[in-house]
Design a protein around this ligand. Structure first.
Ligand SMILES: CC[C@H](C(=O)O)C(=O)SCCNC(=O)CCNC(=O)[C@H](O)C(C)(C)COP(=O)(O)OP(=O)(O)OC[C@H]1O[C@@H](n2cnc3c(N)ncnc32)[C@H](O)[C@@H]1OP(=O)(O)O
Length: 254
């Protein structure tokens, strides 16, 4: 299986389990995300959603280039991008607090997944970034829209996107993308972060998340996410994208 799901004491932990591919997202992992979104929306025994990755090297390295490079046309790309984009919007609008436990590099779509969460606990020394630009495309799962609306300073948000490079944990904390940076045990970091939230009745959390969702609806967030996805799909066919992906895959095959 390419992911693990654990539900203990109301904390649902979704772990991307593809360490050999730096926890890259393929269709099976996308379906795993759909599974937990359905579960959380249909049950009332989940108080928090935690998303993390296996190992210490990566939280998530984004889309699986070895799988998705087979998508050649704008239409084919839009199919994959919109599937994950809708899943990520459903994660972002869940009625419970969502926490990205960033155990390693979060790059490309991996950075989008972390950005879609309410909070980001980042291990010191980890690098994260919207590196899609180095592949000749934009963010394509909604992460660029979430970043712009995240509340971090507008110039920091746009620079993170146009830099298309990775930032270290201290810089991520400075610009406000990282909620907290932790040094050692991620389990302890999570426990410390939710200790007060756990004392609050879930209905209060649901109400606050409803307020966030209402604000997003007023800003047409879903429509803007879909526009981002269309832009990414349009760039997908570019020579710049195809050359960059081939370069990465050829490097890997050496
Ligand atoms: C809308 C989302 C968008 C899309 O899907 O179109 C994207 O996410 S585009 C961005 C896609 N992601 C990347 O370009 C990141 C590529 N990976 C890296 O930069 C590095 O692997 C890194 C920084 C995540 C980790 O570096 P490290 O040195 O620790 O590992 P290696 O680079 O040696 O990789 C180990 C192993 O994993 C394979 N790998 C890593 N990332 C991916 C990936 N995204 N898709 C497929 N495979 C990946 C890499 O090829 C190596 O495989 P091996 O067989 O051992 O050579």
């Amino acid at each position: 299986m390419t992911y693990k799901i654990d539900l203990t004491d109301g904390v649902l932990t979704f772990t991307i389990d593809r360490e050999d591919k730096r926890n890259a997202i393929n269709d099976e992992v996308m379906n795993g995300f759909k599974e937990i979104v359905t579960y959380i929306n249909e049950h009332n025994d989940v108080r928090f959603l935690i998303i993390t990755g296996t190992g210490e090297k990566a939280f998530c390295s984004g889309g699986d280039l070895s799988e998705f490079h087979k998508l050649q046309t704008e239409q084919e790309a839009f199919g994959m991008l919109s599937k994950m984009g809708k899943i990520l919007y459903d994660i972002a609008t869940l009625p419970v607090p969502t926490i990205a436990l960033v155990n390693g590099a979060a790059v490309g779509g991996g950075c989008e997944i972390a950005t879609a969460c309410d909070f980001r606990l980042v291990k010191r020394g980890v690098k994260c970034g919207f590196i899609q630009g180095t592949l000749g495309i934009t963010s394509g799962w909604g992460g660029g829209t979430y970043l712009i609306e995240s509340g971090i300073k507008q110039d920091f948000a746009l620079k993170m996107l146009v830099d298309s490079s990775t930032y270290d944990s201290d810089k991520l904390l400075e610009i406000g993308w990282a909620t907290r940076v932790f040094e050692h045990s991620q389990e302890q970091a999570l426990e410390d972060f939710i200790v007060n939230m756990k004392k609050i009745h879930p209905s209060v959390h649901h109400a606050y998340k409803e307020m966030k969702l209402r604000s997003w609806k007023e800003k047409n967030m879903f429509e803007r996410v879909m526009e981002e996805i269309k832009l990414c799909a349009k760039l997908w066919e570019s020579d710049a994208h195809n050359e960059a992906v081939n370069n990465f895959l050829n490097k890997s095959n050496k």
